[in-house]
Design a protein. Structure first.
Lengths: 305, 373
């Protein structure tokens, strides 16, 4: 299966698709929240629409002596990073940007999130938001290095940083089968850069002063990052578009939706972990484990060659 | 579907509990949940501001200030009995949906964000917990209730703001707010020895999942509380409060719900609140036991709460277990002890620790207490 780069005209379509899947994730979260509140699930499913309506008619609130340009850059940064992430993910036979360094690109975009979240915390000139912004950086220090090595594993196995090659290399066996640790670490890191679930501790602080469209951008950006992470995880570990009967693009969509649903459901199951508590297991357990995983993958590749 | 009605499905309610009205606040939370609405996490997030009980003068001033921070469309209500909650919410929802009234409200508001009482006041600004409206408090040296900031002239950051008083207009005070500074008088040794800027941030009295009326004056260096002083803002005099919830099984589940909400476990927190409301309604919720088992078994929760707020009889997780098993001992936590317990913690952990104490602010004499230096 070869991947062809489509014209730039398709970019809005890719963005719309990302938003639709992100909205579906928000719907699922709303339905699960409604279930725990003892409410009909149907009402919960409408959550993204209702919340969008509510926030679009809400006044945009500013705080005294806010750093508006930086605040707005930070607010829009999450959604932007998510869009740039999915740009390199092959959608079946097509991709928006067939970069030779697709994996590194994804990694660079998730580092962009560091700046975005921190700026969103810095901008409003509020102690709570600022502290949360810094706490996100502390959390990012914990998940980023394990994530980088987790991303290296599929690249080593495929012998390429191009995502099309990574997908092609999984025609026989999905990478998740022989690199489960890397996949697990990757999923935790997706929760990390989406400020989600157990790693969502800084979210409420960063959101403290945001209202109206600013809050919408932040919260949509989080769902979009979660979606982009799931799409990338599907591509790098779950065989991308490979699968019987269905066309490749549909397989990608189905697998992404499945992984995304698991990530969304995880939030209901688990409490958050404070960034300072997360550092020790991330560096002392996850990092050595993922390095061993990488060693294992490298040995297998060398032996096979 | 009508857009107003669609937006109203997600109405966010900022609940303010006055000491003594926890029964009303529980009823409010129940009705908010039953309508598919939700509780707001901060004023910026809220559509409705609902005060449960009759606040005294200082608490009223704080609530008024929070009211000015709601973005709008917004509505405000006060409710003093659990039975009045549904009607009050109906009225507030109608006000929220009244386009003409909302436009009038918006037109009457100043375009610029309210910096509180500006330089001559307490340096208050649009910060969610910045509700310290106390007059004598202004005389505290350098009580700048402010976030850290960059106003484009950072060289002023090097100046000494440690003992500024608010009338001193030589100081650069962008938008009427003093800068955080390395204070010589204020500066206390912090665990990381970083000598970070000193910042005074009040926690409460209007803060979700926070004891009613509690106002914790904290001094931060970086994100750590280096000293704190706690006091309780009183209800209006002669106001007949609700029957107490504290000390009953429902009160224990209320404490569980509060702690879990702060621990970020929304699902279990919501279910705990449902158990509480069923108990308040006189039922015996069958799911209570299963939920208690599920909460006690969560390793992640145990790990994230262990060691927090250590008292002679145990830490936050021990207290949570006692609430769930109904074996907790009633004790009175002095306000000084609260201040001591949060000293040395970061903001988020401090809130968790305060929640784990399950303070009954309706049941104490207000003695401002100093600790931490």
């Amino acid at each position: 299966m070869t991947v062809t780069e489509v014209s730039v005209g398709w970019v809005p379509m890719a963005a719309a698709l990302l938003l639709v899947v992100a909205a579906a994730a928000a719907s699922l979260d709303g339905a699960l929240a409604a279930r725990s509140a003892g409410q009909p699930l149907g009402g919960g499913l409408l959550t993204p629409v209702a919340e969008t309506t509510r926030l679009f008619r809400q006044r945009r609130r500013t705080t005294a002596a806010a750093d508006l340009p930086l605040q707005r850059i930070g607010g829009a940064g999450l959604l932007t990073a998510a869009l740039l992430m999915v740009a390199v993910v092959p959608f079946g036979r097509w991709t928006v940007a067939d970069l030779t360094v697709g994996i590194v690109w994804f990694n660079a975009m998730d580092v962009l999130v560091w700046a975005a979240v921190w700026l969103a915390g810095w901008g409003p000139n509020s102690a709570h938001a600022l502290v949360a912004g810094y706490r996100f950086l502390a959390q990012a220090l914990s998940y980023e290095l394990p994530l980088m090595f987790a991303l290296t594993a599929p690249a080593v196995a495929a012998g390429s940083l191009r995502l099309g090659d990574v997908v092609a290399a999984q025609s026989g066996l999905w990478f998740v089968v022989w690199m489960p640790v890397a996949f697990g670490v990757f999923c935790v890191a997706v929760a990390g850069f989406s400020v989600w679930g157990p790693l969502g501790a800084p979210a409420s602080g960063v959101f403290t002063e945001a209202s109206g469209v600013d809050r919408w951008l932040l919260s949509t950006g989080r769902y979009a990052l979660l979606t982009a992470g799931a799409a990338f995880g599907t591509t790098a570990f779950l065989g991308g578009g490979h699968g019987p009967l269905l066309p490749a693009w549909l397989w990608l969509l189905v697998k992404t939706a499945g992984l995304l649903a698991v990530l969304v459901a995880l939030r209901r199951r688990l409490p958050v972990v404070a960034p300072e508590r997360f550092a020790a297991p991330a560096w002392l357990v996850a990092l050595p484990l993922v390095l061993l995983q990488l060693l294992f993958v490298s040995v297998v590749v060398v032996v096979q060659a | 579907m009508d857009l107003n009605r669609l937006a109203a499905r997600r109405t966010a309610v900022l609940a303010v509990e006055v000491p003594g009205w926890s029964r009303t606040r529980c009823a409010l939370e129940e009705h908010v949940r039953d309508r598919g609405w939700r509780l707001a996490g901060s004023p910026a997030d809220a559509d409705l501001l609902v005060v449960c009980g009759r606040p005294g003068a200082r608490l009223t001033a704080a609530v008024d200030h929070v009211w000015s921070q709601l973005p709008g469309p917004r509505a405000r209500a006060e409710v003093t009995t659990a039975a009045d909650v549904p009607a009050t919410l109906d009225r507030a929802a109608a006000e929220l949906a009244d386009g003409a009234a909302q436009r009038r409200d918006a037109a009457d508001r100043p375009a610029d964000p309210d910096p509180g009482t500006t330089a001559t006041g307490d340096g208050d600004m649009g910060d969610m917990d910045d509700m310290d409206m106390d007059d004598h408090d202004m005389d505290d040296s350098g009580d700048m209730d402010m976030g850290d900031m960059d106003h484009g002239d950072m060289d002023h950051g090097d100046m000494d703001h440690g003992d500024m008083d608010h009338g001193d207009m030589d100081m650069p005070m962008p938008a009427g707010i003093g800068l955080a500074g390395g204070g010589d008088d204020d500066q206390l040794p912090d665990p990381d020895a970083l000598d970070l800027d000193v910042l005074h941030v009040p926690l409460g009295p209007v803060l979700p999942h926070w004891p009613a009326g509690l106002l914790l004056h904290t001094t931060l260096q970086g994100e750590l509380v280096v000293s704190a002083r706690a006091e309780v803002l009183l209800p209006a005099e002669d106001a007949p409060p609700d029957a107490p919830v504290h000390g009953t099984p429902a009160g224990r589940w209320d404490a569980v719900a509060t702690l879990l909400a702060l621990a970020g476990w929304d699902d279990a927190a919501t279910r705990a609140a449902r158990v509480r409301d069923a108990l308040l309604a006189g039922g015996q919720p069958p799911e209570a036991e299963r939920l208690a088992r599920r909460i006690t078994r969560s390793r992640l929760l145990r790990w994230s709460l262990s060691g927090l707020g250590r008292l002679p009889e145990g830490d936050a997780h021990d207290r949570l277990r006692h609430w769930l098993e109904g074996t907790e001992q009633r004790r009175s936590t002095e306000l000084t002890a609260v201040a001591e317990l949060v000293t040395g913690l970061d903001l988020a952990t401090a809130r968790l620790v305060v929640a784990s104490l399950d303070l009954d602010t309706a049941d104490r004499v207000t003695v401002p207490a100093e600790a931490g230096s």
